[in-house]
Design a protein around this ligand. Structure first.
Ligand SMILES: [Cu+2]
Length: 205
């Protein structure tokens, strides 16, 4: 059973059918999920737990240029029929990403990033019609009893059309907040995209 299980798991996890058009980081900590989307480059910047501060909760490394346009989101919004790759991280204890409607559940283990790829095929709006429940929402829970605030680890997951997704993503806040910019001693008056790459590295060093 272990051998069959191993090969089945390998097949699921290395499947090329689901490419992962959109890479999203979901990080669990006591007691919330943090969601990070890539910016227009489609790439998430790397992270390093040593860089963790109050303003840089995920320890995003700004020596990696891919980090500069990353976005912070409060809701997991997914375009319908696109392949999604959820990168799963934990910062303190073991949490578990659990999205029952999508049959997705995977542990979030500190120091051991995992991922799951899937394609949402039914929008939230359509599910409202199918279920006859005008308040229907897909949800992301934590499925590990990870502490006293465990019950609070819940996020809304919204599956929308491509157009709605574009609209939504354009409104999300940059992960590189004003506070974080100050912490990293980036030039206060200029947005990151106007600071040259060499400057960015220089001020970061
Ligand atoms: Cu948890």
């Amino acid at each position: 059973m272990v051998v069959f299980g191993f090969f089945t798991w390998q097949r699921v996890m290395t499947s090329t059918e689901v490419k992962g058009d959109i890479n999203i980081d979901v990080t669990g900590h006591q007691f919330a999920w943090e969601i990070r989307y890539p910016g227009t480059d489609g790439k998430l910047g790397s992270t390093n737990f040593r860089l963790y501060t109050a303003a840089n909760k995920l320890g995003v490394d700004f020596k990696d240029r891919n980090s500069f346009d990353d976005l912070s989101a409060d809701t997991l919004v997914l375009p319908v029929n696109k392949s999604i790759r959820i990168n799963i991280h934990a910062q303190d204890v073991i949490h578990s990403v659990y999205m029952p409607h999508f049959r997705v559940q995977l542990n979030a283990v500190p120091g051991l990033p995992t991922f799951f790829k899937f394609v949402p095929t039914i929008t939230t709006a359509k599910m409202k019609m199918i279920t006859g429940n005008a308040n229907f929402e897909y949800l992301l829970y934590c499925n590990k009893i990870c502490g006293s605030g465990h019950w609070n680890m819940q996020k809304v997951v919204r599956v929308v059309s491509q157009a709605e997704y574009q609209d939504w993503i354009a409104k999300q806040k940059p992960y590189l907040s004003d506070q974080l910019r100050k912490e990293l001693h980036f030039a206060d008056s200029k947005p990151a995209n106007q600071v040259s790459a060499s400057n960015r590295l220089a001020v970061n060093n």
